[in-house]
Design a protein around this ligand. Structure first.
Ligand code: ATP
Ligand code: MG
Ligand code: MG
Ligand code: MG
Length: 475
């Protein structure tokens, strides 16, 4: 079953249960300063849950564009390396605004998965909030899931897990206990069931979260009961597609094939399993959809997150050998894949391409400058290696408020200035170039030092402004 068909089947199933099909909202949340990007299907209904807004329907279903690359739900660093995380993804959801509650929600989910999608029941494991006996009983007694596959998860697992079965949109807002459905991709894939020590593997993949919205959490962390208990669910389209297409990773589904091929084409790379190609396939979706929804690359807020995603894509392209703007050339492939489902993408195609190209051209120019001084970096590395061999520690310091990075080698009380490693600049941009040079020359140094028989990388300490540190971290 193609993803487009799965999306359609989901919406039709809930329409047949009296749900209004509502269009996805923008990735830029409407008048919600607590939220960087739309991160779940329920965002556009936040005020309905809170009782501030009324709709002509009490049941809704959506396929919602989501981005999780900042704020409370941030998956950026997972992307390309886990089988299940994207920056941009589509969340299928059904919602009850004070209409049905736990029993119907669980029954609908089970009927769709095992009746319509025909998933084998014994491949499904569910979790419930530890204290939620009602949900536990519905699963075990009414649906008939064997008790060993209904796992209670609560606050007793320590901070990292504390909120796993208690869903919160952000630090404030609607929230409540949830029940989650996991699919077992098979013994040959590493990972354990939820709650086990190796649950972070890719064998048991969370496909659907059913949240029983009951509270509004305020800034002080106090939970106020909502006017009416409600339901909010979210199922990643890419994850259910992987299951229904009998593949074990989201990147193997139909939606990604053309994008990975496009990334391979634009970077002249034949290794289709390279994580960098997955990153590119993921990031072109996030960047294009964000630009289509009005975000432009910039130095703060949403624009800054977008810029970081673009730069992360370029970095991966660079690793694969790209030396000039290439990323924007993937836009037509994305539009071909998703333009029908999301017409705003088609309408924005030209703008998206231009903005991406401009950003890429600028960044590639920065890289080129960085490379030009890397020659010097190699020479520096030789000096560094000699100093290390003599027992010196190498330190790089940027003096606060000055666009300059000095290097100093120290041994005990002895200091040895490393003149050749001084990078001076007149502007912030020059410092970026300098930092870029550092990042590159650090790699060169690492090799050189190993070649010189030293087995630990040089320690480089940066004391510089947070923007620059951010730049290094994401380079
Ligand atoms: P995970 O534990 O795998 O990170 P989650 O618990 O953070 O997922 P929820 O907030 O419960 O996810 O969101 C509901 C559903 O949205 C998930 O069950 C999953 O199917 C999908 N989903 C969440 N995050 C992502 C992502 N980064 N990429 C793709 N799908 C996602
Ligand atoms: Mg998550
Ligand atoms: Mg989870
Ligand atoms: Mg979840």
């Amino acid at each position: 079953m193609k993803s487009a068909e799965i999306r359609q089947k989901f919406l039709e199933f809930f329409a047949s249960k009296g749900h209004q099909i509502v269009a996805s909202s923008s990735l830029v949340p409407h008048e919600d300063p607590t939220l960087l990007f739309t991160n779940a299907g329920m965002n556009q209904f936040k005020d309905v849950f809170l009782g501030f807004d009324k709709r002509p329907y009490t049941r809704a279903t959506t396929s919602q564009k989501c981005v999780r690359a900042g704020g409370k739900h941030n998956d950026l660093e997972n992307v390309g390396y886990t089988a299940r995380h994207h920056t941009f993804f589509e969340m299928l959801g059904n919602f009850s605004f004070g209409d049905y509650f736990k029993r119907d929600a669980i029954n609908y989910a089970w009927e769709l998965l095992t009746g319509v999608f025909k998933l084998p029941k014994d491949k499904l494991t569910v979790t419930v909030y530890a204290e939620d006996d009602e949900a536990y009983d519905i699963w075990t007694k009414e649906i008939g899931v064997p008790a060993e596959r209904v796992i209670r998860i609560g606050d007793n697992k320590g901070a990292r897990y504390a909120s796993d079965n208690f869903w919160m949109m952000g630090d404030t807002g609607p929230c409540g206990p949830c029940t989650e459905i996991f699919y077992d991709h098979g013994e040959h894939i590493w990972g354990g069931p939820p709650g086990s020590p190796d649950e972070d593997g890719d064998r048991f993949i969370e496909i659907w979260n059913n949240v029983f919205m009951q509270f509004n959490r305020d800034e002080a962390g106090v939970m106020h009961p909502l006017p009416k208990p409600s339901v909010d669910t979210g199922m990643g389209l890419e994850r259910i597609s992987a299951v229904l297409q009998h593949v074990h990773a989201n990147y193997e589904i139909d939606l990604f094939q053309a994008l990975i091929a496009a990334a391979a084409r634009e970077t002249s790379n034949a290794d289709l399993d390279s994580p960098s190609l997955k990153v590119l396939a993921d990031h072109i979706r996030a960047c294009s959809f964000l630009i289509a929804d009005g975000v432009i690359p910039g130095n703060e807020g949403r624009g800054y997150v977008l810029r970081r995603i673009i730069r992360r894509a370029i970095r991966h392209g660079y690793k694969l050998g790209a030396r000039a703007a290439f990323f924007h050339k993937m836009v037509p492939d994305l539009v071909a894949e998703m333009g029908d489902a999301y017409p705003e993408l088609k309408a924005g195609q030209q703008r998206v391409t231009e903005i991406l190209k401009q950003e890429e051209d600028r960044f590639f120019a920065t890289i080129e400058n960085g490379m030009a001084i890397t020659e010097q970096g190699v020479a520096n590395a030789m000096v560094a290696a000699r100093l290390r061999a003599d027992g010196y520690e190498l330190l790089a310091e940027q003096q606060v408020g000055k666009f300059r990075i000095d290097f100093v080698a120290t041994k005990g009380d002895k200091k040895h200035p490393v003149e050749v490693k001084r990078i001076a600049g007149r502007s912030e941009r020059d410092v970026d170039i300098g930092v870029l040079h550092l990042a590159l020359s650090q790699a060169v140094q690492y090799q050189t030092l190993q070649g010189a028989g030293l087995n630990s990388p040089p320690k480089l300490f940066f004391v510089c402004d947070p923007g620059v540190i951010e730049f290094i971290q994401h380079w």
